[in-house]
Design a protein around this ligand. Structure first.
Ligand SMILES: C[S@@+](CC[C@H](N)C(=O)[O-])C[C@H]1O[C@@H](n2cnc3c(N)ncnc32)[C@H](O)[C@@H]1O
Length: 218
């Protein structure tokens, strides 16, 4: 490039650059940031990845399940969401009454959910009891789980984790074809409540509980 070409490049003074930087910083920390911090808990904030068997609940179902967990966890209750990140997100979004009074933890294989900091616990059902030392046995008032696969091996292993974490109440979401095994493993009953997903699943999908729940008959 010739000297004359260089002269044609517009330059900004240090003062103008500083003013521009200040403007940029201000616009970055005002409305955009507020939007981002509330949206990070929206269902779909982390996109579905079918390679990890990810099928998110509809917003309505995620709210209904979150409401059930808050109701059943009780005052200052502790809630574990195993492989069900959209219910965790709904609990944190500030749209479910009472959700501010409970503690919610998401047990997930997909490390993208580590954006939720200390609420995220890495979990692989293949090692059902391989959990961090600070996760104590029977430390959750209610445990919700949605195993990634409709197989005996997967449900049996996730059931071990559910039993390890739960003080008693369990809410399992899985295919209706798993009913017999779920009952054998966890002594749960199938609910008439029909959970829905953002995309249609080819298999019939259900919820199962081991306590007296209004989901049994609604
Ligand atoms: C069928 S989806 C359930 C998601 C639920 N419907 C929701 O909306 O939150 C299964 C979940 O299991 C997780 N998953 C995939 N592989 C896993 C593994 N090896 N161990 C534990 N969880 C796994 C996926 O990331 C996904 O969140």
């Amino acid at each position: 490039m010739s000297e004359s070409d260089d002269d044609d490049i517009p330059t900004l003074s240090a003062h103008t650059l500083a003013a521009l930087q200040e403007f940029y910083n201000e616009t970055r920390t005002s409305p955009d940031t507020a939007q981002a911090s509330s949206d990070q808990f929206a269902v779909g904030a982390v996109e579905e990845d079918w390679r990890m068997s990810q099928f998110w609940y509809s917003d309505e179902t995620a709210v209904q399940l979150a409401e059930e967990l808050v109701r059943e966890a009780g005052e200052s209750g502790r809630i574990a969401c195993i492989s069900a990140p959209s219910v965790y997100q709904k609990l944190k979004q500030g749209v479910v009454e009472g959700s501010g009074r409970v503690t919610s933890v998401v047990f997930e294989y997909d490390r993208r959910f580590s954006i939720y900091g200390d609420d995220f616990v890495y979990y692989d059902y293949n090692d059902p009891c391989c959990l961090p030392a600070n996760v104590s046995p029977q430390s959750f008032d209610i445990v919700l789980a949605d195993p990634p696969y409709l197989s005996e091996e997967c449900l049996s292993k996730v059931a071990q984790t559910i039993k390890y974490l739960s003080k008693g109440k369990m809410l399992l979401c899985t295919g209706a074809i798993m009913e017999k095994l779920a009952t054998e493993l966890l002594d749960v009953k199938m609910c008439s409540f029909l959970p829905k997903h953002n995309r249609n699943l080819s298999n019939e999908f259900r919820c199962f509980v081991n306590y007296t729940s209004h989901l049994l008959s609604c």
